[in-house]
Design a protein around this ligand. Structure first.
Ligand code: MLC
Ligand code: AMP
Length: 496
């Protein structure tokens, strides 16, 4: 009997409890355990242990996704989940940068990867065809082994691969299961993308660790989700602020009668969480006025899991992110490098603890620079006010948060500069009521260019995920610069 990961061991005790339900199907924990073992055997193809080989996979939210994810882990591989809306150059970068050796996807999604895998000479396996006849003895997986690489944008043009071990992931899960009192009786909708930590850890993994039931949707399908909310299908709900803004708009447009069962469904939930971007206090208050629910806002990051959270019991303060979660240590460090010891004084959030990631993939120097004596530098500023942290913003203007996605202005600029008519450009995030920030591009054009937003956006579609495509365009004669000749983005922001 092999030494299984804790997540699998726990699933083995849940037997016929429903783990994942979708519109078309229902699967028990026993199904997941069996299917992931067969996927593991198929990926191993007779080998004993993948030995941390990177296996990329593309699957929609749900049973297929988890079977593949667990299958890779049980075979000793490192999961590299791919973004469903990524354009081909982005997929190619992820596959190449991670040194992926095999790719797994479903029959439906395979056209997205076939040509690319052939070009990169990568084996592409189809989930529906992975039915290993022989059940391999699965390897022992030490928790200190690498488990997952998630690509995150930052202050470099290309995204970095954040590597977490099984121990990191388990700690991130245990922190939230403990703080938010996850129960086997919980039922949660899953609609967030599964190439980011919010969907993977906070929703999917916490639910499966706890023996709860997930209802999976292929993205945020408002009508379908609200139908189920009205049927009181859920006890827990987790989303990014943009989704709460969209829900408020939707509910306010409904008649009182149509709205009533949905409001009841939300009001009856035991927990509703917001995170991944700042939840404006006004949205927090509107949601309470509409549903009676006080949203629990928390703060986290791909590299650290969740770090700060308003309390499950106690005051949930609009505009604040609460205190350090169990197992997480947080400190603020001033611009001068001093430890902040008093309330009201801002500083950079630094974090340490067992949930903090292992390394940036193949980037030892960047990894080393990201830590200050063992404390991870988040690049986010915060202040402590009557015992609650409040996020003040980010240190870098090159990082944009839009719809809960972290975007690198530099990556978008590098792409736009490939457009033959663009001579210079500066990308910034501009405040937006729905998206938090919207991507805006200020450009200087080659003479005689007739570029407009529409043709720029359609050109971008082959190169960038839809949420990275500029929403606004400002054509300038020259870009404003500082005395050093560097483009001054905030000045552009003022112009827009
Ligand atoms: C899409 N659109 C945008 C946009 N994204 N417009 C402006 N800004 C954006 N960011 C436009 C599209 O171009 C399209 O327009 C229309 O909106 C619908 O696109 P869509 O992709 O179908 O949107 P939708 O499904 O409504 O998606 C919205 C969303 C999604 C909020 C559900 O963005 C989402 O799932 N975000 C969550 C991301 C996430 O999980 N982040 C967590 C990272 S981890 P048109 O004109 O073409 O119709 C992390 C750590 C932590 O941050 O703390 O959790
Ligand atoms: P990511 O790199 O995609 O994991 O995004 C992490 C970033 O999201 C953090 O560094 C913050 O800038 C931002 N973030 C997450 N939660 C919150 C929150 N509650 N309030 C403000 N910003 C947040």
């Amino acid at each position: 009997m092999s030494n299984e990961l804790e997540l699998i061991k726990r699933a083995e005790t849940r037997n016929n409890t429903i783990a994942i339900r979708s519109k078309a199907s229902e699967h028990t924990y026993a199904n997941l355990v069996d299917r992931s073992a067969s996927i593991a055997s198929s990926i191993l193809g007779g080998e004993g242990d993948l030995g941390e080989s990177r296996i990329a996979f593309l699957a929609t939210e749900g049973y297929d996704y988890v079977s593949i994810q667990w299958g890779i882990w049980r075979a000793g591989g490192v999961t590299v989940p791919l973004c469903l809306s990524a354009a081909e150059p982005e997929l190619e970068y992820t596959l190449s940068n991670s040194g992926t050796s095999q790719v797994v996807t479903t029959r439906e999604l395979s056209p997205k990867l076939e040509v690319l895998c052939e070009r990169l000479d990568l084996r592409l396996s189809i989930f529906e065809e992975m039915n290993s006849e022989t059940a391999n003895e699965l390897p022992d997986i030490s928790v200190n082994r690498r488990a997952m690489i998630l690509y995150t944008s930052g202050t470099t043009s290309k995204p970095k691969g954040v590597v977490t071990t099984h121990a990191n992931i388990q700690s991130q899960i245990e922190t939230l299961v403990d703080a938010w009192e996850w129960q086997p009786s919980d039922r949660i909708p899953l609609f967030l993308p599964l190439h980011h930590i919010h969907g993977i850890i906070n929703v999917l993994s916490c639910a499966l660790w706890s023996g709860a039931t997930i209802e999976a949707f292929p993205g945020f399908k408002t009508e379908a989700i609200l139908d189920r909310v009205a049927a009181s299908a859920y006890t827990v709900f987790m989303a990014v602020p943009t989704i709460y803004v969209k829900l408020i708009q939707k509910l306010e447009a409904l008649s009182r009668d149509d709205r009533a069962p949905i409001i009841r469904g939300f009001a009856d939930m035991r927990l509703m969480v917001s995170g991944s971007a700042a939840l404006p206090a006004s949205v927090h208050e509107q949601w309470t006025a509409l549903t009676g629910q006080k949203l629990l806002e928390r703060y986290g990051m791909t590299e650290i899991g969740m770090a700060l959270s308003n309390p499950f019991h106690g005051e949930r303060r609009p505009g604040s992110v609460g205190q350090a979660l169990p197992l997480v240590h947080v400190r603020l460090v001033s611009e001068k490098g001093d430890l902040v010891t008093s309330e009201g004084e801002p500083g950079e959030i630094q974090v340490r603890g067992p949930g903090v990631f292992d390394e940036y993939w193949n980037k030892p120097e960047v990894t080393a620079e990201s830590f200050d004596h063992g404390w991870f530098r988040t690049g986010d500023m915060a202040v402590l006010e009557t015992n609650y942290y409040r996020i003040m913003g980010r240190l870098s203007v090159d990082i944009i948060k839009s719809g809960g996605y972290k975007l690198s202005a530099l990556e978008i600029e590098a792409t736009l500069l490939q457009y033959p008519e663009i001579r210079e450009c500066a990308v910034i995030g501009v405040a937006d009521d729905t998206w938090g920030e919207a991507v805006a591009a200020a450009v200087v054009l080659e003479e005689s260019s007739t570029l407009n937003l529409e043709n720029l956006r359609s050109w971008c579609r082959d190169k960038l995920s839809n949420y990275k495509i500029p929403q606004r365009l400002l054509v300038l004669e020259t870009l404003p610069r500082n005395a050093m000749g560097k483009v001054t983005k905030p000045a552009i922001k003022d112009l827009i």
